[in-house]
Design a protein around this ligand. Structure first.
Ligand code: ADA
Length: 678
C-alpha cells in the first residue's frame, strides 16, 4: 500500500506532478476481495469470505470470457456470452483517531458501468456510467480509531438507460481504474478550472474558476493562486480574501495579469504552465491543489483544414481503445502511457479517444508528449429515452469538467453512428439528444469545438447541429473500392461547402503474420491492410479541406461479435492487441515521422516458398532520401524513391539488410528469410 502524506504525487509524467500539501491522497488499489455475481450480505461485516477471491485494482472479471463464444446480434437485442452482471468488492481500511478532524472521501477513477458504494454496511452513493471519475464523502459513515468496511457493487449488465446501449467492443465489468482514499480539512478546494480565453503569440489571458466545499467554522479564509512558467519560474501571485465563507459550493473567479509572449503549446513543443491554488486560514495552508495547463489557439477552416497557433497543421490521427490482451480494461497508468508513447513514435499528432472518456494518465501523457485530442462520451449506435438522455448529459458534464484543463483536448465528441433508437424506432430522440448535448457542451466550454462521428446523413438534420462533421467510412473494407472514399467525400463537400470536416474512422483488418503475395479484398492479410492505408493516405493528401483523419484503430481490441480470422477481435489495429506493430505501423511511421527510419516488409513473414531463381518483390518503408538493399551481403542497388526490389533468394537461409541514408545519418534494418524451393 502506498501512503503518501504532505507531498503527494499522483502519477503523471515527472515534469508535471499534481502536488498537494495538506490533503492526503492514498492509493487503495491493493488488498481487495472480489465475488463474481450477486451474494447476500455482501455489505455485512461478518460474512464467510472463503468464496471470495483476492484481487488488486485495476481489476475486471471479463479478461477471459469474452473470447470463447460469439455474441449474437439478433435484431435489436444482442446475446452476450461474456459475463454481464454484478460483482462485489470489499476492503477494510483503518482510520486513526488523529484523523477524526478530517473529512474522508473515496475517489474512483472509473468502474464499469454502475457502482454502488457502502461503508460499514450503509449505502453511501451510486454512480452511473463506466468511464468518468466519481467520488463520495464518507466522513459520516466511518469510525475513527477503528477498521471500516468498504463494499462496492459494480454491475455491467446490459441496460437501455445507460450509454452505450450497444457498441462494437467488449464492455469489461469491474473497478478497472485506480481508487484513492482522500483526507481533507473541513474546507477544501472542490474544483480548479483554468481557462485561457484569449491567446495569441503576443499575449495570453488566464482565468481561474474555483469552488470550495466548506463545513468549517473558519470566519476568514483566503485563496492564493500562483502561476509558474514551463521552467518553474513564478510569474505572479494573486490573493483573494473570503469573509464568512458560505457552506454552499460557491464559485470564486480570478483573472491573472495578461502574460506577454506566452510560450505556446504544440505537438513539437508541448510546454506546460502550472497553477498552484492554496486555501489559507490565518496564513496556515488548509488545502492546496496544483494543475498544469497550456496556451494554444486553434481554428478549423472549411477550405484549409486546421490551424494551431496560426499555423496550418494536418491532423494525423488514430483512435484508441483502452483494451489490451491479458488485461482487458484493467490497465496500469504505465500501460496507458506506453500506448501514448507508441502512438507518438508513429508520428501521429492527434488521437480520438473512442468511444469514451479515458484515464487521466492518458490525457496527461497527451499533454506532455504533444498529441491533440478528440474526447467523447459513449453514445454509440443507438439512443434511448429520457433516462438515457439524462445519463448521457451527466457523462458529458463529467467529462468536460474533469478534463477541462488539458491543453491537448480540442474537440468534444457527442455521439458515434447513432443510426438507431431504442424500439419503437424514433430518430427524433437522436436529434433531440444531439441538440441538448451540444447546448450543454457549449455552455460548459465555449472554447472548444463539438463534433460527432457518423456514416451518412439520415435526413434527420442531426449532422448540422455540431461544429465539425466526423465521417466513419470503410470503402475498400466493408464495401466498395478504395477510391470510393475520395468520391464520397467530394460529394459531401459539394453538398455543403462550408462544413468543417474530420475523418473520425477509416480502417482495414489484418492478422499479424498472415500474408499473401496477391491479397484478396478484405482478406485480413497484412498486404491488403497496407494497400488500403496507402490509398487512404493518398486520397486524404489530395483533399486539404479535410482537417485530418483518425485510423480505426491504433490497436486490435476485443469485440465478442467480431469474426475475422482471429475470433472475437476487431483486427483493424495498426498494432496487435498485445501491442506488437504490424507492417502498416511502419508505413505510417515512414509517412509521418522525420527521424530517419527503415523497415523491411515483412518481419512477420520469414518463411518464403518459390521456384528456384524466382523473383520475389521486397518492399522497404522508409522516410530516408535513399535506401540500399543487400541480399546475403551483396548490394541489390540504391534507390531514391519506390523502395521495391526484385530479389532472387537462395534455398535455405538468406539475410536481407536495408540501409537508409538521410543527410549524413544511416539507419539499418535486417531480417532473415528461410527460402523453401517448391
Ligand atoms: C464503427 C464503429 C467502431 C468500430 C468500427 C468497425 O465504425 O464506430 O466502433 O467498431 O465500426 O470496426 O467496424
Amino acid at each position: 500500500m502506498r501512503i503518501r502524506y504532505n507531498t503527494i504525487v499522483i502519477f503523471l509524467l515527472a515534469a508535471i506532478p499534481i502536488i498537494t500539501q495538506t490533503r492526503s491522497i492514498e492509493c487503495i488499489n491493493n488488498g481487495w476481495i472480489f465475488h463474481k455475481g450477486e451474494i447476500p450480505f455482501a455489505t455485512e461485516q461478518n460474512i464467510d469470505e472463503k468464496d471470495w477471491q483476492r484481487v488488486n485494482i485495476p481489476h475486471t472479471w471479463n479478461v477471459d470470457d469474452s473470447y470463447d463464444k460469439r455474441g449474437v446480434d439478433d435484431g435489436w437485442d444482442i446475446a452476450y456470452y461474456y459475463y454481464r452482471g454484478a460483482g462485489w468488492y470489499r476492503k477494510w481500511i483503518k482510520l486513526n483517531e488523529a484523523e477524526s478532524n478530517k473529512r474522508i472521501h473515496i475517489h474512483f477513477e472509473a468502474a464499469n458501468a454502475v457502482a454502488e458504494v457502502y461503508v460499514n454496511g450503509k449505502f453511501v452513493g451510486k454512480h452511473i456510467g463506466g468511464y468518468s471519475e466519481f467520488k463520495f464523502e464518507i466522513t459520516d459513515f466511518v469510525k475513527f480509531n477503528d477498521i471500516n468496511l468498504i463494499s462496492v457493487k459494480v454491475d455491467n449488465s446490459y441496460h437501455y438507460d445507460i450509454p452505450p446501449q450497444r457498441a462494437d467492443y467488449t464492455m469489461y465489468g469491474g473497478i478497472y481504474r485506480d481508487v484513492y482514499l482522500v483526507k481533507t480539512d473541513k474546507v477544501f478546494i472542490e474544483q480548479l478550472l483554468i481557462q485561457t480565453p484569449d491567446v495569441s503569440s503576443n499575449v495570453a489571458k488566464v482565468k481561474i474558476s474555483t469552488s470550495l466545499n466548506n463545513k468549517s467554522n473558519f470566519r476568514n479564509l483566503s485563496l492564493r493562486f500562483s502561476i509558474y512558467d514551463p521552467n518553474g519560474k513564478l510569474l505572479e501571485i494573486k490573493n483573494q480574501e473570503i469573509f464568512n465563507p458560505s457552506t454552499n459550493q460557491e464559485k470564486y473567479e480570478f483573472d491573472f495579469t495578461t502574460i506577454e509572449k506566452p510560450k505556446l503549446w504544440n505537438p513539437d513543443n508541448p510546454v506546460l504552465y502550472k497553477i498552484k491554488a492554496e486555501l489559507l486560514s490565518d496564513e496556515k495552508t488548509v488545502d492546496e491543489v496544483t494543475d498544469k495547463f497550456g496556451f494554444r489557439f486553434f481554428r478549423f477552416d472549411a477550405e484549409k483544414g486546421f490551424f494551431l497557433n496560426g499555423k496550418h497543421l494536418r491532423l494525423k490521427g488514430v483512435n484508441r481503445h483502452q483494451d489490451r490482451a491479458g488485461f482487458g480494461w484493467a490497465l496500469s497508468n504505465e500501460q496507458h502511457l506506453e500506448d501514448i508513447i507508441m502512438i507518438k513514435s508513429m508520428g501521429a499528432n492527434f488521437v480520438r479517444m473512442a468511444h469514451y472518456q479515458q484515464d487521466k494518465s492518458v490525457l496527461d501523457a497527451c499533454d506532455s508528449l504533444g498529441l491533440l485530442v478528440w474526447e467523447e462520451i459513449p453514445v454509440v449506435t443507438s439512443v434511448g429515452r429520457e433516462n438515457f438522455k439524462n445519463n448521457a448529459k451527466q457523462m458529458l458534464y463529467e467529462m468536460i469538467t474533469q478534463h477541462y484543463n488539458h491543453p491537448s483536448i480540442i474537440v468534444w465528441g457527442l455521439m458515434n453512428e447513432t443510426e438507431r433508437s431504442q424500439p419503437p424506432d424514433d430518430l427524433s430522440w437522436n436529434y433531440d439528444l444531439c441538440l441538448e448535448l451540444n447546448g450543454l457542451a457549449k455552455k460548459l466550454d465555449s472554447n472548444r469545438y463539438t463534433t460527432q462521428a457518423q456514416m451518412r446523413d439520415l435526413g434527420t438534420g442531426i449532422l448540422k447541429i455540431i461544429d465539425i462533421r466526423g465521417w466513419n467510412r470503410y470503402f475498400g473494407w466493408y464495401y466498395g473500392v478504395f477510391e470510393d472514399f475520395g468520391k464520397f467525400m467530394d460529394e459531401q463537400k459539394a453538398l455543403d461547402p462550408n462544413q468543417l470536416t474530420l475523418i473520425s474512422e477509416y480502417g482495414a483488418g489484418s492478422k499479424k503474420g498472415y500474408h499473401k503475395e496477391t491479397p484478396d479484398p478484405s482478406d485480413f492479410t497484412e498486404e491488403w491492410q497496407v494497400m488500403y492505408h496507402r490509398s487512404m493516405l493518398e486520397q486524404l493528401e489530395d483533399r486539404s479541406w479535410i482537417a485530418g483523419a483518425c485510423v480505426w484503430n491504433m490497436f486490435d481490441f476485443a469485440s465478442e461479435e467480431k469474426q475475422g480470422n482471429i475470433k472475437h477481435i476487431n483486427q483493424k489495429g495498426l498494432a496487435t492487441w498485445d501491442r506488437s506493430p504490424k507492417d502498416v505501423f511502419y508505413l505510417y511511421q515512414s509517412k509521418w515521422t522525420e527521424k530517419p527510419m527503415v523497415y523491411i516488409v515483412s518481419h512477420s513473414w520469414p518463411e518464403k516458398i518459390g521456384a528456384i531463381a524466382e523473383m520475389k518483390t521486397i518492399k522497404v518503408f522508409s522516410n530516408c532520401e535513399s535506401v540500399e538493399l543487400f541480399l546475403n551481403g551483396k548490394s541489390l542497388g540504391k534507390k531514391e524513391r519506390k523502395f521495391n526490389w526484385q530479389v532472387q533468394f537462395v534455398a535455405g537461409s538468406n539475410s536481407l539488410k536495408a540501409i537508409g541514408t538521410q543527410e549524413n545519418t544511416n539507419v539499418t534494418d535486417e531480417i532473415k528469410i528461410n527460402y523453401s524451393v517448391k
